[in-house]
Design a protein around this ligand. Structure first.
Ligand SMILES: [Zn+2]
Length: 291
């Protein structure tokens, strides 16, 4: 039974320089899970990264997309989650073996964490790459944030086969008249959250459970959803980038070109005449530029 809509909800402590967010994802997360048969140990890690991507994207006020990637040399080779500024999410993974058990650190092995801010307006993406440190997805992200951000940030993440959820707390610059112990008190209380509570309780209940002694301002929920940005036009652009010789070599061998979107499973098929059209359009555009 679905009780909480897929959404992100921000809050602010009235008497302390702390802001926070809760995210709760059911339909979004189930849609990600329905696309591939992910093994159980990977599912949890992936759900936590999906929740984290929504939380971090919401702190950035992005126009484009935030892309979180965990690249591993262990059984998990790649985890990718993309979240747009308006909380459209998609995710995919590559792995080897059955991955029944194991901590994220064990499954990923030696790895790196890549964060990309893609403005998606043709501007240059920002990319940060750091070695992976930490036993959990939350710890890995906190380590990354500790290196790159000036604002102290803590994350609490949880995921099962039905729900991916998370809590973020961020310490804003201190104001002299405000309560100096508030940050450690707020994070210690959040440390008492049980996975079940994070997965099942709506934001107002969670806030009451943790911070009923504080004055908290809870803002309107912002909807979140699964959405894939793949399209036939994007595939055509990619074929152009590969170049005519390469694409025609594949055509020769396979009769048609079939591209499969790893995120949503959509298949795009380009027959000989479609490929011809892709490259004819390119030639025409180049001629226009030359004149
Ligand atoms: Zn897609």
């Amino acid at each position: 039974m679905k009780t909480i809509p897929d959404s992100l909800q921000r809050f602010l402590f009235d008497a302390a320089p702390i802001r926070g967010e809760f995210v709760h994802l059911e339909d979004t997360w189930r849609t990600v899970l329905a696309r591939h048969d992910y093994p159980p140990a990977l599912r949890r890690m992936m759900g936590e990264l999906v929740a984290a991507a929504a939380l971090l994207a919401a702190t950035l006020k992005l126009d484009g997309a935030l892309i979180l990637q965990i690249q591993g040399r262990g059984a998990v080779r790649l985890l990718v989650v993309e979240c747009s500024g308006d909380l459209n999410l998609r995710a995919t993974a590559k792995w080897e073996g059955d991955l029944a058990t194991g901590t994220p650190a064990e499954l990923i092995g030696d790895g790196q964490f890549v964060i990309t801010l893609d403005p998606q307006d043709g501007g240059t993406p920002y990319q940060g790459i750091v070695p992976l440190e930490g036993a959990s997805v939350a710890a890995m992200l906190e380590n990354y944030m500790g290196r790159s951000e000036q604002l102290a940030t803590r994350l609490w993440l949880a995921a099962d086969g039905e729900v991916a959820a998370g809590l973020l707390l961020q310490k804003l610059p201190d104001q002299p008249e405000q309560d100096a112990d508030a940050w450690s008190r707020a994070t210690q209380l959040a440390d008492t959250l049980k996975v079940e509570e994070l997965l099942k309780m709506p934001a107002p209940y969670l806030l009451h459970r943790l911070y009923h002694e504080e004055d908290i301002r809870l803002f309107d929920a912002q909807p979140a959803a699964f959405a894939c940005s793949c399209s036939r036009d994007n595939v055509a652009r990619m074929l152009k980038m590969l170049g005519r010789d390469e694409v025609e070599a594949v055509l020769e061998e396979q009769g048609s070109i079939e591209i499969h979107c790893e995120f949503c499973n959509q298949r795009y098929v380009f027959e000989v005449e479609d490929v011809e059209q892709v490259f004819t359009e390119e030639t025409m555009q180049q001629e226009v530029v030359r004149h």
